[in-house]
Design a protein around this ligand. Structure first.
Ligand code: FAD
Length: 385
């Protein structure tokens, strides 16, 4: 399939642009902004199934929406996890009652979600999850700890990967539970302070928290299958939009380099050109991947894409501060280590992009996937790390 935009898509783009520019000053807090988007029908465009308060549009139009949103510079979406991770998972594995209960509030921007996978002893090795869920009448009683849980401090619900069969090992005996954050059982959310001074993610402690039995997705013991399928939704249409965001950041770095004169430094200049060329290649690659979206999956493609963008973005962060020279390291005069410090965009980009090669599957894990599943190299010894 050739991927391209038709006249209808161009008309849709004009509609999106008009709406977004009309709301450039409206956002307010992030929760209100989600409701505004939901009320205007912009959430759930890519669900493929309508009838849950969402409308569906073609693949090119999903790309248009995502691109225009990224171009607008409007705030990052706090509804992303519900819309792009939970919803496709429910559509694939949920029963009708679950879909009818959980999808409409996501489409309306009313309920926000977080992802409870990682634990202190289970990140790359997710099958090591130890959080336990024990059946008690109509509920599961959950005890354990999650970590790095993005947006847990804002979320209404969390999807939790937990062990429902204590005797089963590794990826057997896990279940995918939908857990309300506000409930009689104890759930404590402790923010983790990051290099950037902000706290976008948290530790989450479950101490007798409850999930209803009918809120297990895909059936008890099927959690690994459901959890892995969700990770497959972490990519796709959003890749092109992400590159629009990257292009904006790149333009900003070039502008700074012009301002400081760094464009005349032959080494920095060559690196800027290299970054630009790689960004073009990533865009063509993403368009090609979308062209194959309805065909068989290309082995290793998601891992290759993740490796490329994460490393590209991290190098852009380094360039963003290097083109500014020593001034890039200066903080405001009134900064005190006790208070969150304001960072400018380049400093934030440099610091936050350190995480790019970790979340969503680290570089090392992507290389292992490519080694084993694409190149057919021998598997790494179990328990080697
Ligand atoms: C910004 C950010 C947001 C996140 N949000 C969420 C979230 O919302 N929900 C959630 O559940 N998790 C979230 N995470 C967690 C993320 O999924 C994990 O950090 C990631 O899976 C890596 O796990 P880990 O941190 O335990 O590191 P580890 O798995 O302990 O890895 C440490 C290092 O060892 C390397 N390593 C590990 N195993 C191997 C191996 N077999 N071979 C070679 N090298 C290996 C890794 O590559 C890494 O460099 C987030 C992380 C970040 C940085």
């Amino acid at each position: 399939m050739e991927f391209g935009f038709s006249e209808e898509d161009d008309a849709f783009r004009a509609e999106v642009r008009t709406w977004l520019s009309g709301h450039a000053d409206v956002p307010g807090d992030r929760r209100t902004w989600e409701r505004t988007l939901g009320a205007a029908g912009w959430i759930g465009l890519g669900w493929g199934e309508a009838g849950y308060g969402n409308r569906t549009v073609s693949l090119p139009q999903q790309v248009v929406w995502a691109e225009e949103y990224a171009r607008s510079g409007l705030p990052a979406r706090s509804g992303h996890i519900g819309e792009n991770l939970l919803a496709p998972t429910l559509l694939a594995h949920g029963d009708d009652v679950q879909k009818r209960r959980f999808l409409p509030p996501v489409a309306a921007g009313e309920e926000l979600w977080c992802q409870g996978y990682s634990e202190p002893g289970a990140g790359s090795d997710l099958a090591g999850v130890r959080t336990a869920a024990v059946r008690e009448g109509p509920y599961y009683r959950i005890t354990g700890q999650k970590i790095w849980t993005s947006l847990a401090h804002e979320a209404d619900w969390c999807f939790v990967l937990a062990r429902t069969d204590p005797d089963a090992r590794r990826h057997h005996g896990l279940s995918f539970l939908l857990v309300p954050m506000d409930q009689p059982g104890r759930i404590e959310v402790r923010p983790i302070r990051q290099l950037t001074g902000t706290s976008d993610f948290n530790e989450v402690f479950f101490d007798g928290a409850r999930a209803r039995v009918e809120h297990v997705v895909g059936g008890e013991g099927q959690g690994w299958r459901v959890a892995m399928s969700l990770l497959g939704f972490e990519r796709g249409v959003s890749t092109l939009a992400q590159q629009i965001g990257f292009a904006r950041e790149f333009a900003e770095v070039v502008r700074a380099a012009e301002e400081t004169g760094a464009v005349h430094d032959p080494v920095l200049r060559a690196r800027l050109v290299g970054q630009w060329a790689e960004l073009r290649v990533m865009r063509w690659n993403a368009l090609r991947t979308l062209g194959h979206a309805t065909g068989p999956a290309v082995p290793g493609a998601p891992s290759v894409a993740k490796l490329l963008w994460a490393n590209w973005h991290q190098r852009l962060g380094e360039l963003a501060v290097e083109v500014r020279g020593a001034t890039a390291t200066a903080g405001p005069a009134d900064w005190s280590p006790a208070s969150p410090y304001p960072l400018d965009a380049a400093q934030h980009l440099f610091l936050f992009s350190r995480a790019d090669t970790v979340y969503g599957g680290s570089d090392q894990i992507q290389r292992t996937i490519i080694a084993e599943r694409v190149l057919g190299l021998p598997g790494e010894p179990k328990g080697a790390v």
